[in-house]
Design a protein around this ligand. Structure first.
Ligand code: HEM
Length: 183
């Protein structure tokens, strides 16, 4: 793995931990290129991308309340805008995790800031899922740093206030504050 970016982070106990993105990618996350995702555009094999995460929605096609055709129109593509335009519910967003198979490769993402942030999110993706379970669709202020985090659904997507996007270690610090007594 070519990414050698070092992330200094705070774990849930408040202790500093240092890992490389390369380690994370090797052990926890599968990366897919846009080209690969594009090839999965059939009813028997349908993937799509939402917020830089890759979902295999093949088994969901027949169950989608909005119909199979709208999903197939997005199969193999980045469906983020379409997904958001519909205004999917909290429940719909929470369902995404069932189909999650990995991350869009960093090189294929569009926004440099988002790339940097996403690397941090998916590093802790499993832990993040546990932590945010009770904080869906809420906005919290971190008692340590004062930044705000808006958690849109259980881990598959997280949005930050504009100021916080550039704050590299914001999200984990906020989560630490929210799940432990303020310090
Ligand atoms: C894996 C991804 C998706 C999941 C889990 C999902 C889930 C859902 C769910 C649960 C609903 C019922 C309404 C709600 O709870 O919001 C819904 C409705 C709908 N979805 Fe999706 N959806 C996905 C992707 C998409 C995409 C990519 C489109 C593209 C346009 C789309 C279009 C629609 C439409 C048009 C409706 C009907 C909305 C309405 O009747 O008001 N969905 N979806």
């Amino acid at each position: 793995m070519s990414e050698e970016i070092k992330d200094n982070m705070t774990n849930t106990n408040g202790a500093d931990v240092t890992h490389t993105a390369a380690e994370t990618a090797d052990s926890d996350v599968t990366y897919y290129t846009l080209e690969e995702v594009k090839t999965h555009n059939k009813r028997t094999d349908a993937w799509l991308i939402i917020h830089d995460k890759v979902y295999n929605i093949t088994s969901f096609l027949a169950e989608h309340p909005g119909g199979e055709d709208v999903l197939m129109a997005q199969a193999g593509t980045d469906a983020t805008v379409s997904f958001e335009d519909v205004g999917h519910s909290k429940d719909a967003r929470a369902m995404l995790i069932n189909y999650y198979i990995g991350e869009l490769k960093m090189d294929d993402r569009e926004d440099g800031t988002k790339v940097k942030y996403s690397r941090r999110i998916h590093y802790n993706f499993r832990r993040w899922l546990q932590l945010v379970d009770n904080m869906v669709n809420t906005c919290h202020s971190c008692s340590c740093c004062g930044y705000h985090v808006s958690i849109l659904h259980a881990g598959a997507q997280v949005s930050l206030s504009p100021d916080a996007v550039s704050s590299h270690s914001f999200c984990l610090e906020a989560l630490t504050c929210l799940t432990n007594p303020p310090h």
